[in-house]
Design a protein around this ligand. Structure first.
Ligand SMILES: [Cu+2]
Length: 270
């Protein structure tokens, strides 16, 4: 049931470049990028022994109605395994969940569950979403470590996409509800030994060192070094490990989402 590359890649407006990476399953569908979902942690290598999901974190697609982290997809049992070392992101009384969508399917609803109960629903009324979607969800009735199930219910198919996001609610209360803020503005309550997947650095709220502005019409050969905690804009150019990339979707950068094969939705290799 997983349709990988039949989707309109042209929605990215980069047909030629999309063809070059069309064989990558990471280009399809969508997933929660921050706070990092379980599949995001797998794809980033933050959690090992993840099985097949690490190669296609955006493919936890299954019929609507499941309340499992993997949506019931037999190929991805690891997502349901609570004993794997999933990293929980500290959040305050609310959290903003950021999706990256590379196939912008018409959308019925986005539903967030805790302990099997729906706690927030966003009704898109079958509209086509943006390439990035953010929802701020009130978590004030909970505290401590919880696994939030985030579900993207597609509007024109029977399918949905499933993401589990582990959070530590009210830890030291970041509570940052603005989509531009990185998910880990809250100071970790745990000792630094546990490395958060998100960048613990203080986040610039405004434009931070992005790529040097190039004259219109020219393609800069290089950019500034990629860094976490930066609000990158479309067409910003960065370098990472000797390769230049152009930003495809405005986003706040986080560590573990460096430019590379798993972040083609965000960064186009030049
Ligand atoms: Cu899709």
């Amino acid at each position: 049931m997983r349709r990988k590359i039949a989707y309109p890649l042209a929605t990215l407006g980069m047909v030629a470049s999309s063809l070059a990476v069309a064989s990558s399953p990471a280009l399809a569908h969508g997933y929660v990028s921050s706070p990092p979902s379980r599949q995001a942690q797998c794809a980033a290598g933050a959690v090992a022994n993840c099985g097949a999901i690490q190669f296609e974190p955006q493919s936890a697609e299954a019929p609507k109605g499941s309340k499992q982290c993997n949506g019931g997809v037999a190929a991805f049992p690891e997502l349901n395994n609570d004993s794997l070392p999933w990293r929980a992101t500290n959040v305050g009384k609310s959290a903003t969940f950021n999706w990256v969508l590379t196939a912008r399917h018409r959308t019925a609803t986005w539903v967030y569950y805790v302990d099997g109960n729906p706690i927030a629903t966003f009704d898109d009324k079958n509209a086509i979403p943006s390439a990035t979607v953010s929802h701020t969800v009130d978590l004030s009735r909970f505290s401590g470590r919880k696994t939030v199930l985030a579900v993207w219910n597609i509007g024109d198919t029977p399918m949905a996409f499933y993401n589990c996001v582990d959070v530590n609610i009210g830890g030291s209360g970041g509570g940052s509800a603005t989509p531009t803020a990185p998910p880990a503005t809250a100071a970790p309550t745990t000792p630094p030994a546990t490395t958060p997947t998100t960048a613990p650095t203080t986040a610039p709220t405004t434009a931070a060192p992005t790529a040097t502005a190039a004259p219109t019409g020219t393609v800069p050969a290089t950019g500034t070094a990629w860094a976490p905690g930066v609000a990158y804009k479309i067409n910003d150019v960065v370098t990472y490990e000797g390769v230049s990339y152009k930003c495809r979707q405005a986003h706040q950068s986080i560590r573990s989402w460096e430019p590379g094969i798993w972040t083609l939705a965000l960064w186009l290799p030049l």
